[in-house]
Ligand binder design. Sequence first.
Ligand code: PLP
Length: 385
Amino acid sequence: MRHVYFDHNATTPVAPQVLEAVVSCLGQTYGNASSIHYFGQAAKQRLEAARRQLAALIHANATEVVFTAGGTESDNMALLGMARTARPVSGRRHVITTAIEHPAVLAACAQLEREGVAVTRLPVGAAGVIDPGDLRTALRPETALVSVMHANNETGVIQPVEEIARITREAGVPFHADGVQALGKLPVDVKALGVDFYSMSAHKLYAPKGVGALYIRKGVRFSPLLFGGHHERDRRPGTENVPGIVGFGAAAELASQSADDLPQMASFRQKLEQAVLDRIPGTGVNGAGSPRVPNTTNIYFNGIDGEALVIALDLRGFAVSTGSACSSGAVTPSHVLTAMGLPPERARASIRFSLGLSNTAEQVDALAEALEESVAHLRRISVHA
Ligand code: PLP
């Protein structure tokens, strides 16, 4: 059986040109980028070329890009680093985020709470978007940071980042956006967005896992999370993962070349949604009315257990996912969907489909067909159960 991948928000396959860049670096450029000899300088050159490639993709200066070990580290670095910077300087002990962030942000905020920082979690409406008015109300003189994601990993819904940045700039509060699910799916211009920090992850962009970056706007005061050598201009110590970073650079180059493919991806997503809504009763798209990244759709199938549908589709050769976390055997409904006001049973009946650059119209047709059959089957057996 051929397996077809519709789970690109979980991770992406490494693109051939990225693989080539990583392998050539692993094989030939093994120097430590901090060494002053030929081998070290060869690694340093590749590291800095990758930094320029990523900076070009997001319209930043290369010196504003700090490489990390992934999106989780970038988010933690922005949140914990900022809270640490602000506290001794100005006594600011308050952070604002949203109810729909990735656990990398939500768990870092929970840690800040344990350290005595107050955290406000802004709600979202049924469309999955925060109300900027709520942000205005939540700001306090002691607010150290606002952290709002650019695009949501489960629904693809885009937050009004420019508007949020205008509000935070007026208030003189730094603004972090988790851009992990936006990079490569939307044009990202950090200057036009007006963010102070922007988190990125290589493995969502057809590059290897365990590599990420944090954009830190020039002039923003910032404390590091880790302590060690003077790598990354003292902002993130540790010998750089040069092959992984070189892969990230190649992926950034690829992302700017493949921007023209995004409208087609949006049309495939539209085709999938239309087929499901037309052919399967009791379905709907979560966050449909909002601006969304072109590759993601989150659909509920009334009366269906999402986990059972993921397994049924896997048996038919299609990889998709639910947004729920499975802990100690109990499936917790997605915090994103429940924050949007979905009742728990509808949240549990929801599935995320995330398309990638290599998906085809035929694969989308085959997925719609498999969905129709699987949902009908699961509904039949649940009636007889
Ligand atoms: N932020 C968002 C929105 C994500 O979707 C993810 C990964 O799924 C992360 C952060 C964490 O990134 P990483 O897997 O590189 O740690």
